[in-house]
Design a protein. Sequence first.
Length: 210
Amino acid sequence: MAIHLSPLAVLVVVSIVESREPESEGSVASPDGRSGSTWPLVALLVLAAATLLVVQMRRPKLADPLVGQPLPPFDAAGWLNTDRPLTADDLRGKIVAIDFWASWCGPCAMSLPDLVKFRERYRDQGVMLVGLSDEPGTDLDKIQRFVRRVEGVDWPIAYGAWLAYQVTGIEALPTYVLYDRTGRAVWSGATVDELEDAVVALLAKEKSRS
């Protein structure tokens, strides 16, 4: 198997070679003009960098702690864009994408236009988007301003959903979690593009089974 050095390893080696001190008058040079003492060191550094790269490539990826978890409880202080609170029965048999967000979260605000496009593309394929914020009802004005800032944010959104955060252990925002039709998480991430890739993969997997 060929071993390719990472750009960082190459940069380290080049920097060492370029920064080496000029040879003294009494030093012995090899026939090609290179120092007989510096190049063995460079070779060792290259070998060490290659070894480190191989170790990193073989290191197993950490398991996603959210994968396999069931849908969280939907207890909340209130809901927007729905006539009544959502229940597990409302989501039964559907692919569910949950957006864990907050009105103070800049990246959450920036992702809203992409979420609108995501919902438009997949709403007719059995994919349901739900927003969950743990902000209390006392922040309702801020929450509503956040939701109204982008046209098309019409999916069910809960606030005061602190229990869902507690059960899932969500801390970083935004976090997107994808659940299959059995109500089990199959993916989690931090960007809408990755969420869409996960949905496409899940739909393709379902189609291959049919």
